[in-house]
Design a protein around this ligand. Structure first.
Ligand SMILES: Nc1ncnc2c1ncn2[C@@H]1O[C@H](COP(=O)(O)OP(=O)(O)OP(=O)(O)O)[C@@H](O)[C@H]1O
Ligand SMILES: [Mg+2]
Length: 266
């Protein structure tokens, strides 16, 4: 269980970024976090794995608390964060070393380390770049490696901060497939995204607006409960079709299911 309890955060005193955030995320949930630029999503992600500590309130992961310096090592092992800007993540000089580095910190045995790193790079189709220098990769390739480096550590919670924003359609599918595979294995998946199609694939959506949590519920209820224009949300195709047809059937991520629901109603 990851619990935020009345969390306040500011970078500069008097300029609150997050206000009184309270919510709980159970192990195994698949969550999307959405909100406009500057609404506090990346700040929230960094509070989740203890990279930032709350100015007020508590962030707890099971019995661990990010305010307790002795807990921080364990928290970062359990909650892996893929940064929005992959350059912030790289510290070594080769792709393979980048993935191995995190595993060394976890004291994973040598032969298992190579196996895990290779498997993670294969999942994002970067196995041919093991010897390449991270800084010479393209933006999308960097994002793939950043995802692999965190996935290889096998954290029980994985937070993706717009980790697919620079990816081509195949890369996006690879990362989404990886999220679903990890979710099926019982991991908690938290994705921060601006892509309204992607949120329909999650079980629960948190919407941030100016540092306030203004919605916490299922993706299908988001579009009926929240003012789409007020929060600059683009309706995904399935939701537009659903609304245009005035359906009573539940909204589905796959518009084809909406159409077949319509057929079965008539
Ligand atoms: N290191 C920092 N120092 C000072 N202010 C910061 C810092 N990082 C973020 N901010 C400010 O905090 C607010 C929230 O930023 P944050 O990066 O969390 O937003 P976001 O929702 O992730 O936005 P985006 O969609 O653009 O990624 C913004 O107003 C931003 O300018
Ligand atoms: Mg951000």
């Amino acid at each position: 269980m990851l619990a935020f309890d009345q969390v306040d955060y500011y970078y500069r005193r008097g300029k609150p970024v997050l206000r009184q955030l309270s919510f709980k995320i159970r192990q195994g949930e698949f969550i999307s976090i959405i909100g406009g630029n500057g609404s506090g999503k990346s700040t929230l992600a960094k509070l989740m794995n203890g990279l930032l500590q709350p100015r007020g309130g508590q962030v707890r992961l099971g019995l661990l608390n990010t305010r307790n310096p002795d807990d921080l090592g364990k928290i970062r092992e359990r909650a892996g964060l893929v940064f929005q800007n992959p350059d912030d993540q790289f510290i070594t000089t080769s792709v393979m070393d980048e993935v191995i580095f995190g595993l060394e910190n976890l004291r994973v045995p040598g032969d298992e380390m190579a196996h895990r790193a290779t498997k993670a790079l294969e999942a994002v189709h970067m196995e041919d770049y093991m010897e390449a220098m991270p800084h010479q990769l393209s933006g999308g390739q960097k994002q793939r490696v950043a995802v692999a480096a965190v996935a290889a550590m096998e954290p029980s919670i994985m937070i993706f901060d717009e980790a697919a924003s620079m990816l081509d359609p195949q890369g996006r599918r690879d990362v989404l497939d990886l999220m679903h595979t990890l979710h099926r294995q019982g991991k908690t998946i938290i994705q921060i995204t601006h892509d309204m199609e992607e949120i329909l694939l999650s079980e629960r959506v948190l919407l941030l607006s100016q540092g306030n949590l203004v919605f916490d519920g299922s993706p299908s209820s988001l579009f009926s409960d929240v003012s789409v224009s007020e929060h600059q949300l683009a309706l995904p195709f399935a939701a537009r079709l659903h609304q245009a047809l005035g359906l009573n059937a539940p909204l589905s991520a796959d518009w084809k299911e909406t159409v077949s629901a319509l057929w079965s109603m008539s």
